[in-house]
Design a protein around this ligand. Structure first.
Ligand SMILES: NC(=O)c1ccc[n+]([C@@H]2O[C@H](COP(=O)([O-])OP(=O)(O)OC[C@H]3O[C@@H](n4cnc5c(N)ncnc54)[C@H](O)[C@@H]3O)[C@@H](O)[C@H]2O)c1
Length: 361
């Protein structure tokens, strides 16, 4: 079986269209962008003849099994529902949505349509995540003890719709690795906002903070994930990653992007010594190209930890194999809602907020 896929939004989407073209289970690939100049430029470069000026027109066309949305965040909730209602499978860039009501609506839309929805979370298909997973599975970390996540990125000069964007509404890259490794959800969150947005940084979301720092209490265990998100008013270079700590070892994200990760191993306590010695090693995780079809391996060196071909492969395979994708709507909501609740907490001066249980891990 092969499927035909429409890629919508040709900023980030221009990276994904060629991966679909190369996938052995994908037949035709079409592209859509609201900007006709961009559509022509990308489609010509990739040799794609099927082009649509809008999602409406693409969905009105016969055929086409699946749609991958890479449009601005404010369109995700509405467009995902539109795609699912049209009877197509739908992949969406993060975040799933920015309100709890929309998360519920997308779960209902997935269930009603009986089609696959997948949130394309790059962090859990990165080479760093594959390495963390193998350290945990091989026992090298011991029992999980603590997580840290950071996403620090200056959004000045980004398209206007990012202005004043609540940082915690984009928490999934920094938090989902913890939830995936611990196989759990967030029970409650306390978050503080730091650095009130200056008038020139306030956008449609209203008053808020340049930086938000949250403590997420994970369910069913005694674990905490400590996540800092910042999009404005922070004089620091880009950092987007996670660190995981066990009682026998740890894997830490580099302080500067591009540097090696640090792997730690707690050694036995020698007689008469205070504190167990720790060995440290630099590590550059190789990723898991062996999990990809041969034709996609050449994309495994790409951005976001080489995650893009893995995401495409999981979305396409889930459709072809008639099974749920790894990050279906319930899992996506489980990873997205904590950030929505964290921003609420920050607006309420750090009040503890309970996070809904979507029944997924
Ligand atoms: N690591 C990650 O997972 C990651 C990284 C970057 C971006 N993203 C997500 O990808 C999405 C796109 O990001 P971007 O940086 O490419 O955004 P962008 O604003 O640079 O580009 C969006 C594109 O979509 C087009 N567009 C806008 N509205 C449209 C509509 N209604 N129908 C069709 N096309 C439309 C625009 O013309 C533009 O070409 C965002 O949701 C962002 O959050 C995720």
């Amino acid at each position: 079986m092969s499927i035909d896929v429409i890629v919508v939004g040709l900023g980030f989407g221009a990276d994904f269209a060629p991966i679909y073209q190369a996938h052995p289970d994908v037949g035709r690939v079409a592209v859509v962008d609201a900007d006709p100049v961009r559509t022509t430029a990308v489609a010509d470069r990739l040799g794609i003849t099927d082009r649509f000026p809008s999602l409406d027109e693409a969905l009105a066309a016969p055929g086409w099994d699946a749609v991958h949305l890479l449009t601005p965040v404010r369109f995700h909730a509405e467009q995902v529902q539109q795609v699912l209602k049209s009877g197509r499978h739908c992949a969406s860039a993060v975040p799933m949505a920015t309100t709890l009501e929309d998360l519920d609506a997308l779960i209902a839309a997935q269930d009603d349509a009986q089609r696959n929805y997948m949130m394309m979370e790059t962090a859990v298909y990165s080479r760093e995540f594959f390495h963390a997973r193998s350290l945990l599975d091989s026992g090298k970390l011991g029992r999980l003890a603590y997580f840290k996540g950071d996403h620090l990125q200056n959004l000045d000069g980004f398209p206007d719709y990012w202005l004043g964007y609540p940082p915690m509404h984009y928490v999934t890259h920094a938090l989902s690795p913890a939830l995936a490794l611990a196989n759990t959800r967030v029970e409650s969150v306390r978050c503080l906002g730091s650095s009130k947005l200056t008038p020139d940084h306030i956008g449609v979301a209203g008053a808020g903070f340049g930086t938000e720092a949250a403590l997420f209490k994970l369910a069913g265990d005694d674990l905490v994930a400590n996540v800092t998100m910042s999009f404005f008013q922070l004089g620091r270079s880009y950092l987007e990653g996670f660190s995981v700590y066990g009682d026998e070892g740890a894997l830490e994200w580099p302080q500067l992007e591009g540097g090696p990760m640090k792997e730690f191993k707690l050694e036995q306590l020698p007689d008469g010594r205070r504190g167990r010695p720790v060995t440290e090693a630099d590590v550059r995780p190789p990723g898991a190209p062996e999990l990809l079809p041969e034709a996609l391996k050449r994309f495994a060196d790409g951005g976001h930890g080489g995650s893009h071909p893995h995401l495409v492969h999981e979305f396409v395979s889930s459709i072809v194999e008639n099974r749920k994708p790894r990050v279906d709507a319930r899992t996506a909501a489980t990873w997205t809602a904590p950030g929505i609740c964290a921003h609420q907490s920050a607006l309420q001066g750090g009040a503890e907020i309970q996070v809904p249980d979507y029944g997924a891990r």
